[in-house]
Ligand binder design. Structure first.
Ligand code: BEZ
Ligand code: FE
Length: 276
């Protein structure tokens, strides 16, 4: 113990975890220590550099509030969110792909009937969104809970607007007996993820774009099916290839069709994976 050196330190830390009662916690922490130490060795991390790292993580924590989740942003821009999403949602062919949750979901959003306008004052071009919720075998899923949220045409979610006291461009609906759903809202536009915190500074230091391609967020839940958390992206958006959070999937890109009456139409069907 008194003779620990840079070669024996990693094993010593792992041995300290030997009595962790929860085996999964033990596995995760042991692997974390192994990989963290390997990383430090790999880049020959100096004390000054690690101190800067600690300052960065401290600033990330200090930036967090109930409506500003800087740690989620950090996980997202490092690709870690999308890696865990991809590993856990390796679904059969035909099921709708999952993507990042993001930091702007709000639990208990207002409930709406099908056909309602969920914009509730949010600025943007009018949009009609409709489709079906089905299972993998094509069966209609009735009464699925459809939680939808999006930014306005200036790229702001309602929770980012100071002084706004009601939900905008978010709501909860339920699919009809035949699995169909429809609602009105506004056309989503591309927007930058928040850049006024440590994650934004990191993007700047690495010359990365902060712009997310236009999208609508969905969380769809139904008994007997895996919860689906996903987006629908807009075909032709110039940021599709450079999403800072790596969330774009080809199968989630849809045509948002501007009609002669000025209304944009978006048709998108969701296929849920049954729980086995
Ligand atoms: C979002 O789409 O709301 C989002 C996702 C990841 C990071 C920031 C924002
Ligand atoms: Fe978003």
């Amino acid at each position: 113990m008194n003779h620990l050196n840079q070669d024996s330190l990693t094993q010593a830390v792992i041995e300290r975890l030997a009595h962790t009662p929860n085996p999964r916690l033990k596995e995760i922490l042991s692997s974390l220590v192994t990989h963290l130490h390997a990383f430090a060795r790999d880049v020959h991390l100096t004390e000054e550099e690690w101190f800067q790292g600690i300052e960065f993580l401290t600033a990330t924590g200090q930036k967090c509030t109930s409506t500003r989740q800087e740690f989620i942003l950090l996980s997202d821009v490092l690709g870690l969110s999308m890696l865990t999403v991809s590993m856990q949602n390796d679904k059969p062919q035909g099921c709708t792909e999952s993507t990042v949750f993001g930091p702007f979901h709000v639990p208990n959003a207002p409930q709406y009937e099908n056909g309602a306008d969920i914009a509730n004052g949010a600025s943007g071009q009018p949009c009609h969104v409709h489709g079906f919720i089905r299972g993998k075998s094509g069966e209609a899923i009735a009464n699925a809970t459809i939680d939808v949220w999006q930014a306005d045409d200036e790229g702001h979610y309602d929770v980012q607007k100071e002084g706004l006291d009601h939900a905008q461009a978010r709501g909860v609906l339920h699919s009809r007996t035949d699995g169909s759903y429809d609602f009105k809202s506004i056309v989503a536009e591309a927007y930058p993820i928040p850049t006024d915190g440590p994650v934004g500074h990191m993007l700047e230091a690495t010359r990365r774009s902060a712009w997310r391609p236009a999208h609508l967020h969905f969380m769809i839940q139904a008994p007997g099916y895996q919860t689906l958390i996903t987006h629908v992206f807009r075909r032709g958006d110039k940021y599709l290839e450079a999403d800072p959070v790596f969330g774009v999937r080809q199968s989630l890109i849809a045509d948002w069709v501007r009609q002669s009456d000025g209304l944009t139409d978006l048709a998108f069907d969701f296929v849920l994976n049954p729980v086995v």
